[in-house]
Structure formats: structure tokens, C-alpha cells
Design a protein around this ligand. Sequence first.
Ligand SMILES: Cc1cc2nc3c(=O)[nH]c(=O)nc-3n(C[C@H](O)[C@H](O)[C@H](O)COP(=O)(O)OP(=O)(O)OC[C@H]3O[C@@H](n4cnc5c(N)ncnc54)[C@H](O)[C@@H]3O)c2cc1C
Length: 416
Amino acid sequence: MRYSAFSILKNAFSGNRDWAPMWREPQPKPHYDVIIVGGGGHGLATAYYLAKEHGITNVAVLEKSYLGSGNVGRNTTIVRSNYMLEGNEPFYELSMKLWEGLEQDFNYNAMMSQRGIINLFHSDGQRDAYARRGNSMRMHGIEAELLDREQVKKMIPYLNYDHARFPVLGGLLQRRAGTARHDAVAWGYGRGADQRGVDLIQQCEVTGIRRENGIVTGVETTKGFIGCNKLALAAAGNTSTVGRMADLQLPIESHVLQAFVTEGIKPAIDNVITYGAGHFYISQSDKGGLVFGANLDYYSSYAQRGNLETVEHTIEEGVSMIPGLSRVRVLRAWGGVMDMSMDGSPIIDRTAIDNLYLNCGWCYGGFKATPASGFCFAHLIARNEPHQVARLLRLDRFRRGFAIDEGGKGPQPNLH
Ligand SMILES: Cc1cc2nc3c(=O)[nH]c(=O)nc-3n(C[C@H](O)[C@H](O)[C@H](O)COP(=O)(O)OP(=O)(O)OC[C@H]3O[C@@H](n4cnc5c(N)ncnc54)[C@H](O)[C@@H]3O)c2cc1C
């Protein structure tokens, strides 16, 4: 599907009934060079970059539901690269650079909005930690500004500055961070991959992984067996169940994370704001709804819905930070299943099975990673060697004890 001023005009006069679908609905071929399991942001971006950067187009993306039905269409849309540790920093900065040119690249409006993110701090210790993070970012060429209380107050006057337990002392600002429309990212990558010949096969669940003489020869699916030379897993919250089909035991747990949207109100929140006294983040969508989320529901689950205890906890945190939030009505809430790794950082790697590739461990932060994840995973699949910026995001770091523990939480995925 291509857009032009002419097609918009023509459809305006014909009741918008003549738009062609954005991608084909192909039946699976018997064999592909590469099969990608998971039609989320990462699977679709991988297919897109495999075709665009490496000329590998005999590719299928197998999605058990519809494209974008997973976390890519369920997240709170925050994109940023304000990381500190060596394994994460260059990777997320590559992602940010790709975000900045993404809409021109795949010729689709993903509503990328670099409105800035402010991470609030509420104690001297937290200020030190944020100063260290900001300095590390600046040393690596990523802009960051440490704001004092008055500077924050000028930008976001409606916070609860004098909260008795959690006074706002300042914030760390990354101006290039912001939000993007999550489902449009999936559609843009999907359309771009389809235009280059990739088969996007929906309602096709992978139920088994077939191996002969130790290597993967294809997958059993609800549409029959499909052969492949290389198999790439990008199943996010379902990583461990899909991995088990190839006897992989992975350092991943699946937990629910909820998101919330309020009724539309007049423009009020210009930036993305995160609460340092808890784990609450909020922005305002272009339609006017306030979009926010907080912590995981603290139990493992594959259900894309959460429970009321976390709803209450989330709203409490929100109202502590912005008292006026108590006057806005929540319209919708939903959950997604997070692939929580043991150090809070992702994995993009080959597995012990030569032609089986793994992309997982995205925790809360995989939406912002989508472009770099697809770019680096495609590089790995095409060349059999890690991309430079993803070279530390390896599976064996857990065996070797080289965790990339940005949160400093240890091997407890529910705390990352
Ligand atoms: C509520 C919430 C808020 C979040 N907020 C943010 C945020 O603000 N910023 C940020 O950076 N990140 C955020 N995230 C995280 C981010 O959304 C995820 O890390 C990221 O989307 C995961 O990658 P993905 O898009 O490929 O996953 P998904 O979209 O989940 O894709 C995986 C796909 O695999 C499919 N699949 C699974 N098993 C099979 C199978 N057997 N056969 C075929 N297909 C299969 C699933 O149906 C799914 O479509 C949030 C997540 C949630 C749930």
C-alpha cells in the first residue's frame, strides 16, 4: 500500500472503500531461508532489516495471533537512550539514532515525538546516581542535563514538590527521548518487510521445532510443517515456551506488566516523566489521554491482563507524584507479558544449536530497542557474528558472571 496526495483525495470521494491492504496474506511456502517466530516489533524489524540491509528476502515471520497483538501494541510508547552501562549504552543510542530517521526510512508515520524524558530524583543519593548516569551518557556523546528543583518546577509545575516523604529535588533530562505510536511501528516495519518480499503469516502458531542431526530443519505450526535454513526466535513473553521446543533452558521469566489510559484532556503533560520514589512513568498521547504504568504484577503469567492490587499501587504512585491525577478518569487498562531476564538486560545471540538464533530479555524496555534490536539481530542472522553494539548482549554472560545489571537488582527479574 502506497500513499499519495492523489490516493487520499480519491478515497475521500469514494468513502475510503478502495484502500488496498498494507501487506499480503500469503500462505506459507514449504521452505524459507529464515523463519522468524513472533510478529511483534522485534520480529518485524528483523525481517525488515534482513531484506533491506542484507538482501535476504526469502523470509517468513510467523505470528500466532495478528501482527502487533503482543507487547509492541501494548506498551507505554517511551523511547530513550539514557543508559549507563557499557553493554546497554551504545546499543540504545544506536536505537535512538534509528528512531530519529525511522519514519523517513520506512516511509510511515510512526508519530515519533522527541518531547524529552525527565527522571525525577528525591534524595541526595539518588541525585548522585543520576549525575553519574548523566555523566556517563555525556562521555559517550549522548546529551543529558541534570536539573535542579527550580528548573524542574519551571518545566512541570504541577508535581507534588513538597511531598513529606518524597520531595522532588530535581531530575535528569534527556531531550531527544520521547514517544512513538507503538502499533504504527509494527505496521511500518511490517509493510516495509512485505514490500521487499517477506511473507508475514498471521494466525500461525509455532508448536514445535524440528531438528535433524543437531540442527534445526524447520518448525511445526498450526498451518503445517515449514522448513528453514535458519530459525530466529523473537517471541518476547513466550520466549521460554518456544525455547523449550528446542530444549533451551533460558534465564528468562514471564511476568505481567499493565498499562493505563485516561480520558482525553487538554494538553497538560509535555514530556515523559518518571517518578524516582517508585516506578511510575507517564506521558500524554496526541489524542489527549494520559498514558501511564508502573511495576510488574509480581507473579509469573502468560495472561495479557493484570490484577487490581497493581492497579491500586500504580494509581497511588501516580497521585503521589501528580495530585491532580486523582480527578482524571481511567478509561482502559491492559497487560502484556514481559520476558524478564535475570539482569534486566536483553540477549541477542546465537544458541548452542548452530542455526538457531535468540532475541529476548527485553523486560520493560523493549519498545525503545525495537529498531536496534531488529538491526543487530538481522546482522547476526545474516553474518553469523554479533553487531558491534550488541557484542555484550550475549547469552553466556550469565554463565560467565558478566551480568549487565543496569538496575543493580541482582538475579531477580521481578525487581528489574
Ligand atoms: C504495559 C507495557 C508497557 C511497556 N512500556 C514500554 C515503554 O514505555 N518503553 C519501552 O521501551 N518498552 C516498553 N514495554 C516493553 C516492550 O513493549 C517490549 O519489550 C517489546 O515490545 C517486546 O518485543 P516485541 O515487540 O517483539 O514483543 P511482542 O509484540 O510481544 O512480540 C512477540 C510476538 O510473538 C508471538 N508469539 C509468541 N509465541 C509464538 C508462537 N509459538 N508462535 C508464533 N508467534 C508467537 C506473540 O503473539 C507476539 O506477537 C512495555 C511493555 C508492556 C506490556
